[in-house]
Design a protein around this ligand. Sequence first.
Ligand code: SAH
Length: 213
Amino acid sequence: MEDTYLHKGLRKKLVEEIKGKGIKDKRILEAINKVPRHLFMDSSFVHFAYKDQAFPIAANQTISQPFTVAFQTQLLDIQKGDKVLEIGTGSGYQAAILLALGAKVYTIERQKALNIGAQNLLPKIGYRPHFFYGDGFQGLPTYAPFDKVIITAAFNEIPDKLVEQLKVGGKMVLPLGGRGTQIMTLLEKYSEKDYKISEHGAFVFVPMLKGKV
Ligand code: SAH
């Protein structure tokens, strides 16, 4: 659980790199600077923790690239106190970034091993989302509505069930597309029935998969 001067130094460089790639929101850069990403990685990849790349984690999944985490977070325009639903807890890194920005986070994961891994790590380093082991396609109707929804696995189509769980005036960000590349899509819900979408470039995510394992 060590966070050394070396880690802190590497993190500062990562922040500069992400800034150079177009992340302007100072609060997000501060959050990246604060959360010790190396603690979220498998020990074999820990030396790469501050490279701006995605890496394998348990259960054949990945921890997203820091730029992607920052970019999705920036599109959502997270405000203190926002109630945020995250689909795909994975390592828990994205959830920690949202918490560092003052959001209340509800995060779902379908892989038990990852759900448990994140539940073991995050509270130890001061981050306390509400963890759920379940199927993200269903969202969390009991806890809806949410101000923001962030989806960190690829969806083939706009998930109506999750749009329903979004407040009017809320935003959802999701990688939309099949295997291969997806388009980062921002959905803004402006009435109970209507939303507008905008596209924000190509990204690569692992796919949403059905059921719990
Ligand atoms: N947000 C993560 C990145 C996760 S990668 C991080 O910061 O590390 C995508 C995650 O979505 C994987 O952990 C995968 O298991 C999960 N996932 C895929 N299908 C899902 C589903 N139906 N419900 C919930 N999680 C799902």
